[in-house]
Design a protein around this ligand. Structure first.
Ligand code: FES
Length: 145
């Protein structure tokens, strides 16, 4: 079994271009796994390289580690994503990215009305309190009354 786990933490870090401490962090978060050899040193399976590549790609798109962790956990036997899995994941993440872009565009458009204003009015500024969730409860700091 340990033969399959033949990469050291230093080898994985070097191959992936990340710090050893990052690998330890990923392992702590359950994103990757290792076994210990008889000398109590970590050893990784070669598929860890693919996992780290996916983690790095997802992070570039702003996908949180929690979302990556959730996605990995949904795969049968928590296996490393294969080519088909990656196609599905990348489609899901693309949709999420499109939502984030749309939200940022809305925010940018809201900002247009604030440029040169500075009022941050609770009643009229779209940035200060865009949804005004407590408007029906009265004016001012209703939670402090
Ligand atoms: S700062 Fe005046 S509308 Fe936003």
């Amino acid at each position: 079994m340990l033969q399959e786990y033949d990469l050291t933490v230093g080898q994985v870090a070097k191959r992936c271009g990340i710090k050893v401490s990052t690998l330890h962090f990923y392992e702590q978060k359950g994103l990757i796994k290792s076994l210990r050899n008889s000398g109590n040193q970590r050893r990784y399976q070669r598929d860890v390289l693919r996992r780290v590549a996916i983690i790095k790609a997802a992070q570039q798109f702003g996908i949180s580690l929690i979302d990556i962790q959730t996605t990995f956990a949904q795969l049968p036997n928590k296996r490393t994503p294969d080519k088909d899995d990656w196609q599905q994941l990348s489609q899901q993440w693309r949709a999420k990215l499109n939502k984030q872009i749309a939200a940022m565009e809305d925010l940018r458009d809201s900002l247009d009305g604030c440029i040169g204003c500075g009022c941050l009015s609770m009643t009229s500024c779209p940035l200060y309190n865009p949804d005004d969730n407590l408007a029906d409860k009265g004016t001012g700091a209703v939670l402090l009354k």
